[in-house]
Design a protein around this ligand. Structure first.
Ligand SMILES: Cc1cc2nc3c(=O)[nH]c(=O)nc-3n(C[C@H](O)[C@H](O)[C@H](O)COP(=O)(O)OP(=O)(O)OC[C@H]3O[C@@H](n4cnc5c(N)ncnc54)[C@H](O)[C@@H]3O)c2cc1C
Length: 592
């Protein structure tokens, strides 16, 4: 089994010391009671649930997987009891509206809890993660009646949610959707079509499943402008919330897949199923984007969660496994060999993981805090700035943190050698589980296109200014401090590369979109690596008063490693971006 201990001290340090939670989040309306005295025990409680309930189920869940029997999906042994414990603990509605039985706690806390859940058992985390996304969409786009009827049951965990976009002929390109919705003359719609790859489309964890389905009305314009969103319950619901008859929706089977075996990936058939319009007619993409943006951040957290477990497992193994001697002479001459953590190459791998995971957590929590400010801050201008920051960071976090999940799982396997490749230590499961996060919720390539095609030009660069202005101010504030000079110097150089790449892409992309498309993935990575450098620099600022303690020394060592061994990759990325589209687009398709 993989090694995992909830990193409570680390999360607490990031929230309270690096990001100033008490002054940034607690003063927001409605969060007065959500201070450190509530957040720390809540994190401890979540950590216990993850370590004691979810982690022990992870291996069995992978080996047993979900089973499809006569139209019903059975989750692996122990999942139902774990889900009940999760719901009873109030975790399903952690950040949902208290007006609808949610706990109304900050997204920041929700992000931290989700990270621990995904570290312990990624497949389990997908069920409540989707319910949260469905609740968000209903909260923002549903009618008052829909909210009153459905939100309390999502918040309590009695019911779960799904997101039904994909069809056999329609993956990335949602304009190709064929599922139809026809008005039934009584204010509802009759929904017909087949959706594939639907996570948690059918299962035995909850009494009802609320499918949020993209479909087209008969008069729909072509393409994505013609998409509408419908709520299609598995079991129809009376006005008082009681369950009545089964709706015309059924699961046709589940996928055999590489990882996340305990998360059911379902083919769903909608056969004149009763559906209810959410948001306006043809307004489906707007409503679905609410869900997708929340889901993209949730998937980013999945990557972070797996990366943390991979890192912990690799460190534990490297301290235990003995092979060879330290190059500087035996470290433990009384033993037959030294632990492999003495070897520079093993340390390189461990530090590459740890320095990136810690910075990724800062970015994730920071974005969570801005999400809270975007919805709660009393000043509309501040809300707008926060909203812009979240919009900019969403594709960056989705792609980069899920890449990190896979990179760390693979690096952990390398640290464990052959013992990583066999099942015992749980690392091969991490590799298999992590991989999907780079694909679903919009592939990482599509995130990069979202960044360069949508976020970069938005408001003539307004979103970028939300990043660059405070970054420049940060560098200016700290560059004269000799203790911080190595950090600010490296950060400044990366920021210059990012700025140069931004200008080039913006200029070339205007006249030739293929130029932007060819640079997009490199640009996203350059952006992410620069943002993580900023996260490290912020961390060092926060830890300077503790520079003499082991904790402070560790943080400074990690930041130094990152700035000198990871961040230089920005130079290569910059060069690749500057090479333009020629080397990518020159070859005719037939010549491949
Ligand atoms: C385990 C699992 C769970 C899933 N859960 C859900 C779910 O709950 N709900 C749901 O609706 N879907 C779900 N999906 C579907 C998932 O979101 C899609 O697989 C994903 O969006 C990619 O679509 P596709 O597989 O059809 O690939 P395609 O769209 O065919 O893409 C193939 C490749 O082409 C690239 N590509 C495509 N178009 C472009 C473009 N315009 N520019 C540049 N590159 C492009 C892609 O980046 C990718 O590399 C799930 C899939 C899996 C495997």
């Amino acid at each position: 089994m993989a090694t995992y201990k909830a990193p409570l001290d680390e999360i607490g340090f990031v929230l309270f010391d690096v990001l100033g939670y008490e002054t940034a989040v607690r003063p927001l309306p409605g969060f007065g009671e959500a201070g450190a005295d509530l957040v720390r025990p809540a994190l401890e409680e979540a950590g216990r649930l993850c370590e004691e309930v979810l982690l022990p189920l992870n291996r069995g869940g992978d080996e047993e997987g979900c089973r499809f029997e006569n139209g019903v999906v059975r989750t692996p042994d122990g999942f139902k009891a774990a889900y009940d414990a999760f719901a009873a603990g109030g975790w399903s509605g952690l950040a949902l509206d208290p007006a609808h039985r949610g706990q109304g706690l900050p997204r920041t806390l929700h992000f931290a809890v989700m990270e621990m859940i995904c570290s312990a058992n990624l497949a389990f985390g997908i069920y409540p993660g989707l319910s949260h996304g469905a609740a968000d969409a209903l909260h923002l786009h549903g009618t008052e009646d829909q909210k009153a009827l459905y939100l309390p049951r999502l918040a309590s965990g009695e019911w779960t949610g799904t997101m039904c976009l994909t069809e056999p002929q329609c993956g990335t390109d949602l304009g190709l959707i064929r599922t139809k919705a026809v008005p039934d003359g009584e204010g509802a719609y009759s929904v017909t079509g087949t959706k594939i790859f639907i996570s948690c489309g059918e299962h035995d964890l909850a009494d009802n499943i609320l499918h949020l389905v993209l479909a087209k009305l008969p008069d729909a314009p072509a393409g994505t402008r013609g998409i509408s969103l419908f709520l299609v319950p598995k079991v129809l619901v009376g006005d008082d919330g009681s369950l009545s008859e089964r709706n015309g929706v059924r699961c046709g089977g589940i996928e055999n897949k590489m990882g996340i075996h305990a998360s059911a990936t379902c083919t769903m058939h909608f056969d004149e199923a009763k559906g209810f319009l959410v948001g306006g007619a043809h307004g489906g993409m707007k409503a679905m984007f609410t869900m997708m943006n929340a889901a993209r951040l949730a998937v980013a957290i999945q990557g972070l969660g797996v990366a943390e477990t991979a890192c912990q497992t690799a460190v534990a193994y490297a301290k235990e496994r003995r092979q060879g001697r330290a190059l500087s002479g035996a470290k433990e001459p009384e033993a037959a060999a030294d632990p492999i953590i003495v070897h520079p190459d093993v340390r390189r791998m461990l530090l590459t993981m740890r320095s990136q995971v810690d910075a990724a957590r800062v970015l994730a929590c920071w974005t969570g805090m801005e999400l809270d400010a975007a919805t709660r801050h009393p000043d509309p201008e501040r809300r707008k700035r926060a909203d812009d920051f979240v919009a900019l960071m969403t594709p960056i976090l989705k792609a980069h943190l899920t890449d990190l999940g896979t990179e760390c799982a693979n690096t952990a396997m390398q640290v464990l050698g052959g013992h990583g490749y066999v099942r015992e230590w749980g690392v091969e499961q991490l590799v298999r589980d992590a991989r999907i996060a780079q694909i679903y919720e919009g592939t990482n390539g599509i995130q990069a296109l979202d960044l360069v095609g949508r976020k970069l030009p938005q408001g003539t660069g307004r979103l970028l200014r939300r990043f660059f202005h405070p970054l420049d101010a940060f560098i200016k504030e700290h560059e004269a401090d000799p203790c911080l000079a190595p950090m600010t110097g490296a950060l400044k150089k990366a920021a210059e590369r990012l700025r140069g790449a931004t200008l080039t892409i913006a200029r070339k992309g205007l006249s030739d979109p293929e130029e932007a498309g060819a640079a997009a993935s490199d640009y996203l990575r350059l952006f992410a690596l620069t943002a993580m450098a900023w996260a490290h620099a912020k961390t060092v600022v926060a830890v300077l008063p503790r520079a003499g303690e082991p904790f402070g020394q560790r943080k400074i060592a990690l930041a130094t490693f990152y700035m000198t061994k990871v961040l230089p990759e920005t130079g290569a990325l910059f060069a690749r971006i500057m090479a333009g589209k020629g080397p990518v687009m020159g070859l005719e398709a037939e010549a491949f």
